[in-house]
Design a protein around this ligand. Structure first.
Ligand SMILES: CC(C)(COP(=O)(O)OP(=O)(O)OC[C@H]1O[C@@H](n2cnc3c(N)ncnc32)[C@H](O)[C@@H]1OP(=O)(O)O)[C@@H](O)C(=O)NCCC(=O)NCCS
Length: 145
């Protein structure tokens, strides 16, 4: 497995994965393109094997405040530590004193477990946050020295 930064030429492969992983809640190609286009505030981390993408994490940052927007791992490769590698690599590369925020569906126990195990805490909840009417947990992580 190899870790690398996502680039615009990954768009189609990530879009195909996104549809498999998130089904009717998948981001559009246009949304993914916005994150992959070269912009100093956006970053995509990719894990690949034999040149096939297995998982990705997309984030946006303004100075030392970061927002994780999207994390997905190919269904048949979930529960093998890829989500953990993506999240830890991201947390490792941000500056000390950074804050990280994310939203996660209250019913998404696997993702919540991944975030809590890696130091995220729930600080708020938003009702009716997602298209299907479900609530979101707002989580944050503070990187300290
Ligand atoms: C959430 C997600 C990114 C986690 O990636 P992953 O590669 O499966 O995660 P890991 O293998 O590193 O596992 C992380 C933890 O979650 C648990 N976990 C992950 N998927 C699980 C599953 N399907 N069933 C049970 N436990 C699961 C693992 O046991 C592990 O816990 P541990 O550290 O105590 O062993 C992945 O399941 C996914 O893509 N889900 C669909 C998309 C999604 O929900 N994204 C997050 C949106 S906020």
């Amino acid at each position: 497995m190899k870790k690398r930064k996502g680039v615009i030429s990954d768009l189609n492969e990530i879009y195909q994965l996104e549809k498999i992983i998130f089904k009717n809640e998948a981001w559009t190609q246009e949304m993914l393109k916005m994150e992959l286009l070269n912009n100093e505030n956006t970053k995509t981390l990719i894990i690949e094997e034999n040149k096939s993408i297995l998982g990705y994490l997309m984030s946006r940052s303004v100075f030392e405040e970061h927002h994780i927007l999207n994390v997905g791992v190919l269904p048949q490769r979930q529960k093998q530590g890829i989500g953990t590698i993506l999240l830890r690599s991201f947390l490792k590369c941000i500056k000390n004193t950074s804050s990280v925020f994310l939203e996660v569906k209250k019913s998404n126990f696997h993702a919540i477990k991944l975030y809590k195990t890696n130091g995220f805490k729930v600080f708020d909840q938003r009702k009716n946050y997602y298209k299907d009417g479900s609530s979101a947990l707002m989580m944050n992580y503070c990187k300290v020295y």
